[in-house]
Design a protein around this ligand. Structure first.
Ligand code: UT7
Length: 332
């Protein structure tokens, strides 16, 4: 399929502080063995006390700009995908813009949980169609550990902090830019019918008086098993949808880059799609589930490891709270 939309420049950042499964054994009633066999996670990263999601996103963005050979003044729009913003207002995109010295361009946040990056690609595609000269900085950043109830072993072992970024712009038709890929297609879906299965508190639905202690509603609440079942089915279906609507078969896909939520989910989806581990990129062992940051962190790691060769077709797929889900096809 021909396309004149591209992503160019991969950048990522995870905080220096690393929390291993052994560290978690000292915090909650869990074990390295349980975490590894049930999730595949060995480490996750945690923001320093004086560090925020906007700070992490700023570093990832600088790295993406450098990789793309662009300066902050080249950027026309800033989109930040996050479900753990620094504030309800101002948006995190404004904070990242200010940190980068970008003054003037439209900057907004997109809250679609783990699907934030794929939703961001679709949003950026629309903006490039409206403004053909646009150079859109898409930053995914999450501070999930700021909403972890460290007494809840179902969530505390799963999530981590991190950020990933790239730039979306037009390019010559059918020609992937150096250091980037063509965006051949993006599919996004949502269904709020089961929103209660995964929530991150701190919004305005919950009423607090000044001085009230926070309660459980403030933290991440996840009904893991129900989400697991939905995730495997939905991720598989959306991969079929985007592959078929572009006239491909799954044999045409060189590498699957799935949202890194749980190694067992990734393996189950790979199996249903007939894609062995040689065609599925996994880095969950190092970061845990970083929600919107997970796919750009994976793209950055895969890119720097030389996974993507010219001409390769990559399939991204994601599922998260909302529910939101989606997929994208990238041609390197
Ligand atoms: O990012 C997108 C949205 N999120 C996801 O896609 C996450 C989807 N869900 C999952 O990844 C998994 O459901 C979890 C990793 C969250 C949980 O794994 P599970 O295999 O579904 O475990 P479970 O919740 O069904 O619990 C099984 C058992 C329970 O004990 P009993 O009732 O069988 O005695 C839990 O209490 O495992 C226990 N358990 C733990 N044990 C040790 C739950 N968490 C832990 C833990 N350590 N950390």
């Amino acid at each position: 399929m021909t396309s004149h939309l591209s992503i160019q420049g991969f950048g990522a950042y995870v905080p220096a502080r690393r929390l291993s499964n052994a560290d978690l054994e000292r915090l909650v009633d869990t074990s390295d063995e349980w975490i590894v066999t049930r999730t595949g996670i060995r480490n996750r990263h945690v923001l320093a006390d004086d560090e925020s999601g906007a700070d992490a996103g700023t570093i990832a963005a600088r790295r993406a700009l450098e990789a793309a050979g662009l300066a902050p003044e080249d950027i026309t729009h800033v989109i930040t995908a996050t479900c753990t913003p620094d504030f309800l207002c101002p948006n995190t995109a404004c904070l990242i813009s200010a940190n980068l010295g970008i003054h003037g361009p439209m900057a907004f946040d997109l809250s679609s949980a783990c699907s934030g990056f794929v939703y961001g690609l679709e949003t950026a595609r629309g903006l490039v169609l409206a403004h053909p000269d646009a150079k859109i900085l898409l930053v995914s950043t999450e501070a999930l550990t700021r909403r972890i109830n460290w007494k809840d072993r179902g969530t505390s072992v799963v999530f981590g902090d991190g950020a990933g970024a790239t730039v979306v712009s037009a390019c010559a038709e059918g020609k992937a830019p150096a250091g980037g890929a063509l965006i051949e297609d993006v599919v996004c879906h949502a269904d709020g019918g089961q929103w209660k299965l995964l929530t991150v508190g701190g919004g305005t639905k919950q009423r607090y008086e000044a001085g009230d202690p926070v309660d459980e509603a403030f933290y991440i609440h996840m009904e893991g098993r129900e989400i697991y079942k939905n995730a495997v089915r939905t991720l598989t279906n959306v991969c079929h949808e985007i592959v078929e609507r572009n006239g491909y078969t799954l044999d045409d896909i060189d590498v699957l880059v799935p949202h890194q939520a749980n190694l067992r989910i990734i393996e189950a989806v790979g199996e249903r799609l007939g894609m062995g581990e040689d065609r599925v990129f996994v880095n969950i062992q190092d970061y845990g589930n970083t929600s919107a940051a997970s796919i750009p962190l994976a793209l950055n790691d895969a890119w720097r490891a030389g996974v993507f060769k010219p001409g390769m077709l990559a399939l991204l797929t994601t599922f998260g709270g909302g529910f939101t889900w989606g997929a994208a096809l990238l041609r390197f």
